[in-house]
Design a protein around this ligand. Structure first.
Ligand code: WQD
Length: 339
């Protein structure tokens, strides 16, 4: 069974391509290379031993996407392709609404037109804002997003949900990721942030290999055990496997039309400082970091309850924070060797 993976050369998309092959699916990548690198495709082929078809096109190009979907006749589509830099989205909202929302609209219109039923949407815990209660469940109300990036995720969830109910021809899930970290244990694929990393773990690994002089911890005066923010850090391979579980759920459903939201997290939280200490210990390195002022838009504490995914998808996270941080560092060292 073929599955189209938009953004399949990206961080989560590439790891999902591996897990799809491992589970007997044939992933077909659509990626415009705006936030990824063509070298990922050869790494994927080495890692999987398969030749993954990859169309280098933008998901807003309707006519080309229509031809691809007609040609490949996929069982489903996993939609990762989106801009995802929170800070950039504040400066460039139209770029984010134009790409993230339009690509979703194009996909749903083509799925209806061609008769593709199953859609998995890459959403984010950012739709919860500063949660009213933690751990966050899918029943937690969504809050006004703290960035245009987060708003595009909420808007796309609504577009999908409304389309499922109106047209009765789609089966869809929105997977709300918490904080994806780590890399494939092989060291062949991982996170490839362009420029200065926005996210914590790639900034840590680049500091540890000397690409960055030091890490700044954005605030240690929060109302948490050690004053630093708390997050639900989930291994990217666990996250990738959640997509396979969601796809199997949709394909095996007897319903003509369904929409479900799932939190994809570990169910527990770790602070930034705990993560740093864990990184130092598991990799036997001393990280150069200092405490700085808070970063605007950061929320204090969030982690997810993933009981619904466990009950309905039969999925739960298995890998530890230690494994994720060891895998992330191995990947960064491989990157350094290859440059
Ligand atoms: C985590 C913590 C920072 C960098 C974002 C998006 C979310 C998802 C994941 C896309 C925070 C602190 C970070 C640094 C630091 N993205 N930090 N120094 O903001 O929780 O989530 O990325 O899907 O949608 O919102 O992740 O890794 O940026 O930050 O102290 O150099 O690490 O303050 O507390 P975040 P993050």
């Amino acid at each position: 069974m073929k599955v189209i993976v938009t953004g399949g050369l990206g961080f989560i998309g590439s790891h999902t391509v591996v897990e799809l092959w491992n589970s007997g699916f044939e992933p077909v990548i659509v990626d415009n290379l705006s936030n990824s690198n063509e070298s990922v495709l050869s790494q994927l082929n080495e890692l999987t031993g398969k030749q993954t078809t990859c169309y280098k096109i933008d998901c807003t190009e309707v006519d080309m996407l229509r031809e691809i979907i007609r040609e490949e006749k996929p069982e489903g589509i996993i939609h990762f392709a989106a801009h995802k830099a929170v800070g950039e989205s504040v400066k460039e909202p139209l770029k984010y609404y134009g790409n993230n929302v339009n690509s979703t609209l194009v996909l749903i219109n083509l799925m209806r037109e061609i008769g593709i039923k199953n859609l998995i949407f890459s959403s984010s815990c950012t739709v919860y804002g500063e949660p009213d209660s933690i751990p966050v469940t899918e029943q937690n109300r969504r809050k006004k997003a703290t960035s245009p990036y987060g708003n595009t995720k909420a808007i796309c969830e609504d577009i999908i949900e409304n389309s499922v109910h109106a047209y009765q021809c789609l089966r869809a899930t929105s997977l709300r990721y918490f904080n994806p970290i780590g890399a494939h244990p092989s060291g062949l694929i991982g996170e490839l942030p362009l420029g200065v990393p926005n996210n914590l773990v790639p900034y840590i690994t680049q500091t540890a290999v000397g690409k960055r002089p030091k890490l700044t911890v954005f605030g240690n005066d929060y109302d948490t055990a050690d004053g630093t923010c708390v997050r639900d850090f989930i291994h990217v391979v666990d996250l990738a496997q959640a997509h396979v579980a969601a796809l199997n759920f949709l394909i095996s459903s007897k319903s003509e039309s369904l929409y479900e939201v799932f939190n994809i997290g570990t169910g527990s939280g770790n602070s930034v400082l705990e993560l740093i200490q864990c990184f130092e210990e598991v990799n036997s390195v001393k990280l150069n970091y200092e405490f700085g002022s808070r970063r605007e838009g950061d929320i204090e504490k969030i982690y997810g309850c993933a009981d619904k995914a466990r009950a309905i998808l039969g999925w739960k996270s298995n890998k530890t924070l230690q494994e994720a941080l060891a895998d992330a560092y191995r990947w960064e060292r491989r990157l350094l060797e290859s440059n």
